[in-house]
Design a protein around this ligand. Structure first.
Ligand SMILES: [Zn+2]
Length: 451
């Protein structure tokens, strides 16, 4: 599945965990967050983290609560973003528990949070930032390095070298791979040869449309302006949100869309803009010639909404305008009260701009739901729902093929991070085009790759 990414490497008694994601989506999936980890947390020596997205990092505080106290290695930019992401996640866990207690629907009495702010404090003390391309040793007999994955600020794929009994085995963990020529992001770096590849397959059964995100966004905004209402964009607060600002900046500077007010209704997204600016060198500002890198993510028409009261006060704002709020799959966050307010209004446009997991409100909307259940009420969907696939943060099947083009066949490839049809699609693709030995991994499977 596309959440709960966790891979454990064990070499001569040394245990290193690659990613430690939270399970998200349907209830039976989320319940996995309550299960004990496959091995005792205090027997894991280190965690190596590909990037900050919660489906890769969001279970770390729970791992720490259960006794993990080793180092967490990640890139410098991910290390800067991780606090923002994990404190926000803890707040969501605590809010969910409070809500469940109020409504009395939890199996646990009282309902507890999976973790809280204090667990995040403890987790962040363990983080060690390592620049890309620099080898580090998370345990005896193992060394690793990060390479640019082009998926979000700080995102990396991980090369792992295992030396045991005079043999060296090389593994690659893709984490999430980004797209080629994506505005704001660098292309993923070509991976070195390896013995075993663990590769994501989010879009393994399809290719994104060839259209450019600027063209798609221009069309969506144009249509929204014509409808005269507000455009709601459900967006991850970190990554997608800054990319949207950058693209809107580019379209407005070129006169392709009118200058509209844009509200960034997420304290986390506002804080992340500072982290993006600190790591400006990691970005590709090719479109920014007109306005300069320094102004790429800030503009006079970008309005930062920090407090919940400011957010609620926006209910009286008339369009046209654009509200960017999280969460990206509409399973929580401030986007919810905007949806309650504006979904019944046929002038509204809802823009869905990223992968929507099964069981999320975002997925229901793109599947054509007539009502959306929010805070216990069925809200009628009168708004237009539009989707921009070109803005996906994940490589599609062709792009994964391009990423792997120069790689000689690994002994075996394990596909992870994809719903079953996507993983199967990617497996068929790699078997047919490359003749590789590919296995779609299931939760809890383990493999002896000795020699
Ligand atoms: Zn990701």
């Amino acid at each position: 599945m596309v959440s709960g990414s966790r891979h454990l490497i064990e070499v001569d008694g040394i245990r290193v965990l690659v990613d430690c994601g939270l399970f998200q989506g349907e209830k039976h999936v989320r319940e996995r967050n309550w299960q004990r980890f496959a091995v005792a947390a205090n027997t894991i020596h280190a965690v190596v983290l590909t990037h900050g997205h919660i489906d890769h990092s969001g279970w770390l505080p729970r791992l720490v609560r259960e006794g993990f106290s080793g180092p967490i290695y990640t890139s410098p930019a991910t290390s800067d973003l991780l606090g923002l992401l994990l404190y926000d996640s803890a707040k969501c866990q605590e809010e969910d528990a409070r809500y469940a207690n109020r409504k009395g629907y939890s199996k646990h009495h009282p309902a507890l949070a999976i973790y809280d702010q204090h667990d995040v404090d403890q987790t962040l003390r363990l983080v060690k930032a390592v620049p890309r391309e620099e080898w580090f040793q998370p345990g005896v007999g193992l060394r690793c390095r990060f390479h640019e994955a082009g998926h979000m600020l700080g995102s990396s794929f991980i090369e792992v070298e295992v030396a045991t009994q005079g043999r060296t085995t090389r593994l690659i963990f893709s984490g999430d791979i980004g797209r080629y020529d994506a505005p704001l992001y660098n292309d993923p770096l070509a991976p070195p040869a390896c013995d075993y590849l663990v590769c994501e397959s989010t879009y393994g059964d399809r290719n994104h449309p060839q259209s450019h995100p600027l063209d798609e966004l221009e069309a969506a905004v144009g249509e929204s302006v014509a409808r005269g209402g507000m455009m709601l964009v459900a967006s991850f607060a970190i990554g997608r949100c800054q990319q949207l600002i950058y693209l809107l900046r580019t379209l407005m500077a070129a006169g392709r869309i009118p200058e509209l007010p844009v509200w960034v209704d997420s304290p986390m997204a506002v804080a992340a803009i500072g982290v993006f600016e600190k790591h400006a060198a990691e970005h590709d500002f090719a479109e920014a010639k007109m306005f300069g890198v320094a102004a790429a993510l800030r503009a006079p028409w970008v309005r930062m909404v920090r407090t919940a009261d400011e957010s609620k006060a926006m209910n009286t704002q008339q369009g046209p305008g654009i509200i960017i709020a999280s969460s990206g799959m509409m399973n929580g966050g401030r986007i919810l009260h905007h949806l309650v307010q504006r979904l019944p209004d046929s002038r509204t446009t809802v823009l869905v701009a990223g992968f929507q997991a099964i069981g999320t409100r975002g997925r229901s909307l793109i599947d054509g739901a007539k009502f959306l259940r929010i805070h216990g009420r069925d809200i009628p969907v009168k708004a237009a729902v539009r989707r921009i696939d070109a803005l996906s943060g994940h490589a599609d099947r062709e792009e994964i093929g391009r990423w792997l083009a120069g790689m000689p066949a690994p002994k075996r490839t394990f596909l992870v991070h994809g719903e079953p049809p996507a993983a199967r699609g990617m497996a068929d693709f790699l078997r047919e085009t490359r003749g590789w030995d590919v296995h779609c991994a299931a939760i809890g499977e383990s493999f002896n790759i000795d020699g």
